[in-house]
Write a protein that binds this ligand. Structure first.
Ligand SMILES: [Zn+2]
Length: 460
């Protein structure tokens, strides 16, 4: 019985781990590696083992860094089951088709250049047909229901409290009369997140593999961020401006909508005009509506009082024409649109038209990578480029750092302490975060964790 760290070890993208017992191999997650173009192309195309030799895949959640390379696996000949929570299976329908669309569009764009230079055409990493093939393999299940992934490998998914449908994994392994239990807390949510329940605990583990994204860091209180957001909405709309919220379509958008509904319910905000300008976010919000039973008690209480979890008056802009109408309108409103880092998508059109107006504001509610427009705004740059043209930033820019769906260091240490595993391995984190978390675990009197390198094997 052994575990092999295939990906997402010393980085936060490309999550992939292999579990072997009784002669069978099962993959946990098959995430897209996102980095420099050339390196990403090589990493995402090559698997450590022949996909046809895998007995099953267990998928933790619908974030692209965990599910986004499943179409490559299908393209490589994998045709076994992909076990996931039923909400994850639904969300993957939207996430993987979108990912395939991006891969195809990306290749088409590159081929315009290669054609001109007479070079051979670039193949997309995968196509829509590959995504559809992967989607056909999905098998939805409930939290807490054991699934035999292979003889000797039984998987039980627990609520991760990270995004809708996200699971922590407990693998019960058996080989030659010996039993081992391995837990995965990757990705692990925060306690007290809106909409979601808190992460479920694990016990009796021989090994716990846990993420370290926020090792060395502590999040701002979520309640403080909600107060700030509500204040920004009120002030911006009162002075006749528009508030632009660049947001990921999955989870963050629904979280912001929930916060607005709560503030209206508590009488701290009038039912302000809110547009969600993203067909993808519209689809994902519908998936949430289909899985309301998974939400936390506060969400159910809110629904009983107001008739819905999300503000019923929200307008979803699906077509480009809908989007243009929001831009053209001078009415004060909140506009939530992708992409979360202002790199592409409809948010760019809104910023182009609105960033120069001092009545407007931008609320940054997610992580902003270096070199993105979102990061430039957070850094306070007064002139930014959008679609190649330079614009003066006269709108207010607010950065709210508390909206994270990941456990911070205190949460991670508390989770390990409660699970009390014989061994711990830290993955899914940059070198500094992993080191910081390792030090924090030792300082708390917990066993010194393993810091595996990609490809490392742990015998169980
Ligand atoms: Zn995630």
């Amino acid at each position: 019985m052994r575990l092999i760290f295939d990906g997402g070890v010393d980085t936060v993208t490309g999550s992939c781990c292999r579990i072997e017992a009784a002669g069978a191999a099962v993959l946990r997650d098959c995430g897209l590696y996102q980095g420099r173009r050339q390196e990403s192309a090589v990493r995402n195309r090559s698997f450590a083992v022949d996909p046809r030799g895998l007995r099953a895949v267990v998928l933790s959640h619908a974030h692209i860094d965990h599910c986004g390379n499943l179409p490559s696996l299908a393209r490589g000949g994998y045709d076994g089951p992909i076990h996931a929570h039923r909400a994850t299976a639904d969300l993957c329908g939207i996430m993987l088709r979108d990912a395939a669309h991006i891969q195809e569009a990306d290749a088409a764009y590159l081929n315009q250049k290669t054609n001109r230079r007479g070079l051979p055409p670039v193949e997309p990493l995968y196509t829509m047909a590959d995504a559809e093939a992967a989607l056909r393999l999905l098998r939805g299940h409930e939290y807490g229901h054991p699934v035999e992934a292979a003889p000797g490998i039984v998987h039980t998914g627990l609520d991760a409290g990270h995004i809708l449908g996200a699971e922590l994994s407990v693998f019960d392994l058996e080989e030659g009369g010996r039993r081992r239990r391995v837990g995965f807390a990757v990705d692990l949510g925060r306690r007290g997140l809106p909409l979601l329940r808190d992460p479920e605990p694990m016990a009796g583990l021989d090994l716990l593999v846990i993420e370290s994204t926020y090792g060395g860091r502590r999040h701002e209180e979520a309640a403080t961020a909600r107060e700030r957001l509500v204040g920004i909405v009120r002030r911006t709309l009162e002075r006749g401006g528009k508030l632009f919220v660049p947001s990921f379509a999955l989870e963050r958008t629904q979280e912001i909508l929930y916060h607005i509904n709560v503030a209206v319910d508590e009488g701290r905000l009038a039912p302000v005009c809110v547009h969600v300008d993203s067909p993808m976010a519209a689809g994902i919000t519908q998936v949430f509506e289909r899985h309301l039973d998974l939400l936390d008690t506060e969400s159910h209480d809110l629904r009983r009082r107001r008739g819905s979890v999300f503000p019923p008056w929200v307008r979803f802009a699906v077509t480009v024409e809908d989007s243009k109408r929001i831009t053209a309108s001078g009415a004060p409103c909140v506009v939530i649109a992708a992409s979360g880092m202002c790199e592409h998508g409809r948010i760019l059109h809104h910023l182009k038209h609105g960033i120069g107006d001092p009545r407007n504001a931008v609320a940054i509610v997610g992580f902003q990578a270096a070199q993105t427009l979102g990061r430039r705004l957070v850094e306070g740059q007064r002139r930014v480029k959008i679609f190649g043209d330079e614009f003066a930033v006269r709108a207010e820019v607010h950065a709210l750092h508390a909206f994270s769906a990941h456990a911070d260091e205190a949460d991670l240490v508390a989770y390990v302490a409660a699970a009390s595993p014989a061994r711990v391995a830290l993955v899914h984190g940059e070198a500094e975060s992993r080191k910081a978390l390792a030090a924090a675990l030792e300082a708390a009197g917990l066993p010194r964790p393993l810091l595996p390198s990609p490809g490392d094997v742990v015998d169980l």
